[in-house]
Structures are given as structure tokens and as C-alpha cells.
Design a protein around this ligand. Sequence first.
Ligand SMILES: [Zn+2]
Length: 98
Amino acid sequence: MNVIVCRARHFTIRRIWHCPTCKTRRRMLFQDEAWYGMTITCCHCGDCWQGGELCPRPTKRGWRKQAAADATAGWIAAGRYDRDAHKAWLAAEMGFTA
Ligand SMILES: [Zn+2]
């Protein structure tokens, strides 16, 4: 049996987290990227944060709806958080394994 390992550049984690924009707990999509750190996107308002800073908001109309839809799709696809999978992904991403 062949196992095809498809490694994404982002490791996505779904969480219920406080959104500073919505000022309440929302579904938040966490995307960990080895060399850039965590990007957090709110599934409700579409705002995102990188390194604790609010990302620049696009000027195009309807971006919030689109960003929120994308985040929601990622959130659903992320499934349950798997700590070991996250550690393995990070190690591979950092080049610790051949
Ligand atoms: Zn929000």
C-alpha cells in the first residue's frame, strides 16, 4: 500500500478564540508557518493577525465575506487538533528529518 504524504506549507489548527474585532469568542483559524509564525483568521469577520498585529485590510469590496468563507472552509477541513502531527510537521518543515 502506498502512502502519499502531502505536506502543506501551513499547519492549520482550529480553535474557538476571542476575536478582538468581533469582541467575542469566534471560530478562529490558526495557520502555523515554520519561518513566519502564526497567522490567525476570524471565521466571522475575516480579519487576520500575524505576530499579534492586525493584517492590512484589503480595499476591495466584499473581502470580509470572502476571507471569512475561506477561513471557515479551512477551519472545517482542519479537523481535531493533533499535537504530534503538528510537532512532526514543524520538525519536517525546519529540516530536522530527511
Ligand atoms: Zn472576528
